[in-house]
Design a protein around this ligand. Sequence first.
Ligand code: SF4
Length: 283
Amino acid sequence: MVDVRKFDTGRMPVWCPGCGNFGILMAVRKALAELELEPENVVLVTGIGCHGRMSEYVKVNTFHTIHGRVLPLATGIKLANPDLTVIGHSGDGDAYAIGMGHLPHAARRNIDITLIVHNNMIFGLTTGQATPTTPYGRKTRSTPYGNPEHPLNPLHLALASGATFVARGFSADVEHLKELIKKAIRHRGFAFVDVIQPCVTFFNTYKFFRERVYKLEDTDHDPSDFRAALDLVTRNEEKIPIGVIYQTERPVFELQFQHAMNPPPARRLSAIRDLSKILARFR
Ligand code: SF4
């Protein structure tokens, strides 16, 4: 029997009651448990924003990094120890604003990590300013006359950058999201999952999305068809698809470093038994 508690730190989340982050947290814990991963073999990297609390609530190795730098950290960890399952969590402000420079490069390199973006289309932690995915015309703390900018399309960007796994989930459908996250973790290469995550306090989108989302599994969409995937994410339609939008295979970034990976850096360090000289440098 799958024991989700294995991935529960026991800490009580401080998110606002009803926050979409709860759904993502449950989906991640369940996905890790069902994949039968061991906590010591998983690393979760989080950035700045309400999503960042994930690193306190999932019982694995965690690294809570500075704003926008989830992907460089996750890339370094994977290169240092390719045996680890590395999952990055970022918010839409974290991933698509200050950290935007890293997404296209992680995608084109095809580093074997998973990036889950908690996309609530608002800066929640700083009390409701516009992010790159806030809809045009939306009034926020930073756009009191309406957002003058048109929103970024992260799925289009990921596809155009060469991501080999592109998906969208909805935090209110935990079972569906759990299956998406399992597929993303199993995927060998850069797996990008943009998750619609309503912020009940500053931008409550539950009703809007509940009325519009539909599952790609219920359609004849072929995730191996790049043109179909592009069409799907750029089509201006009333309904919003969730599921695997695109998936393909390409050699992973780690393979380019075979010359330096025998053994990988993390295992070389573990071979050093006496760390006193290294530690002395930091006294
Ligand atoms: Fe969630 Fe929004 Fe509250 Fe942050 S401010 S915890 S995103 S509901």
